[in-house]
Design a protein around this ligand. Sequence first.
Ligand SMILES: [Zn+2]
Ligand SMILES: [Zn+2]
Length: 210
Amino acid sequence: MSTCDHCEAELPEDGTSRRLCQRCKDQTTGRLEQLPRLHAELSEYLEPTVRPAGSGGHTRAAEGAMPCREDVLLLAAPGGVVRVLENWRAELGGYRPRVDAEPWGTLSGRVKRAAGALASEMEWIAAEWDEAGALARDIRSLVQRVEAITSPTPRSYRLGHCISLGGNGELCGAILRTTGDSPVVACPWCDTVWPSDTWLTLAAAGRGAA
Ligand SMILES: [Zn+2]
Ligand SMILES: [Zn+2]
């Protein structure tokens, strides 16, 4: 029996997908398709928030016009989202030459092309590539980092600590939070999915440990 490199779900026996399960493949594809829009939203945070009345257009960011958040800069800049995507694209290009290309154009164009190239190969990646799990994790954390800025998490409450155990018996221990809008919570550290009927157990385990 083989399992998904990302979430460890069992993979179908027919050998169609040897690296990622259907769900992780679809989610990774979806995230790649979202990234150009998310990157554009991120870039808006770098523009001045106050525009002179009646100027009718963009103004240059004057010194001191707005404090730029460092995390926004890091993600929106050439070393951020675009670098992560282009590194993966270059890596993939070693196996799938048709997606290989030198970066060109604007940052938003580069994000779009690199994300598109990766998304177009997700079938092969999920079936064959031994880097599939690492790619899925990277893309997921990239989206989370951008969304933490563009759509800060709504009010959430703490459920307890994640009680899943690694192969060596090590406790995960991540803090699990819910906003109440979903019946499941995915652990940010180990990806274990905790449905609502386990939440009491998680809370009780937390009290026991305290
Ligand atoms: Zn999976
Ligand atoms: Zn966990």
